[in-house]
Write a protein that binds this ligand. Structure first.
Ligand code: ADP
Ligand code: MG
Ligand code: MG
Length: 212
């Protein structure tokens, strides 16, 4: 598996489209659990990333610099909780792929592990708190436990995204213990977490991208 900087940027474009398509659904989930803005927030952040990709990053060949720019742009554009969370993920991931113009399977595996761990450390949420960590942590664990010695990165990411999807679905039956929705306590049970859902879109889009 190999991704050029151009392809890495094309992946982010695919995320932007995915978020636009799911914007209303993400807001609907957040209306039931929070302040209803998650889709709008994600859209604002990713549209800013789009502008960055279409301008300053057009000729950028360093995947690390691309990921830093994605994180910083997202952070600057977004006011809500997810701004620093996703930004930290992309900045941490950037360190792993610093100076690389082509990413192989191993680079990408380490990139996503750093991304997931970055979000987790930044938000200090644990699995079961009904947050995006419920999607990211199972994904990271599959990669950590299985990447060693694997040559089949497509299969690895496939398994990791399957675990992410299960984690996302599991948030429906949880009571929130972090973020705005934690104020609802037990009343947050029954609705899938918006952040867990957007995190799944980011990962599932990656799998779709590498499968094409
Ligand atoms: P806000 O609550 O500021 O309006 P958003 O609606 O954009 O922010 O995002 C809400 C999502 O943020 C939640 O669904 C949850 O997944 C995620 N979230 C909130 N706090 C944390 C945290 N401490 N760690 C991880 N994720 C969190
Ligand atoms: Mg919100
Ligand atoms: Mg908000």
């Amino acid at each position: 598996m190999e991704l050029t900087a151009r392809e890495f940027k094309a992946y982010f474009k695919k995320v932007i489209d995915m978020i636009e398509a799911e914007k209303d659904y993400l807001c609907e989930l957040d209306r039931k659990l929070g302040d209803g803005d998650h889709g709008v927030t994600m859209s604002i952040g990713w549209q800013a990333v789009k502008a960055k990709l279409d301008n300053d990053l057009v000729d950028e060949e360093d995947c690390g610099k691309i990921s830093i720019a994605v994180g910083k742009t997202f952070l600057n554009a977004v006011g809500s909780s997810v701004g620093p969370l996703y930004a930290t993920g992309f900045m941490r991931g950037a360190k792993i792929i610093k100076n690389k113009v082509v990413l192989n399977g191993e680079d990408l595996a380490y990139f996503w592990v750093a991304f997931g761990n970055g979000v987790k450390e930044r938000g200090k949420a644990k699995v079961g708190d009904k947050t995006m960590v419920d999607t990211l942590d199972p994904f990271v664990n599959v990669i950590k436990n299985k990447y060693d010695g694997t040559q089949d990165f497509l299969q690895l990411f496939h398994e990791a995204v399957t675990a992410a999807k299960e984690g996302m679905h599991a948030t429906k039956d949880l009571a929130s213990r972090k973020g705005r929705s934690s104020r609802l306590g037990e009343r947050s049970i029954g609705v899938q977490d918006p952040g867990a859902t957007s995190a799944y879109y980011i990962l599932a889009t990656f799998l779709e991208f590498i499968e094409d």
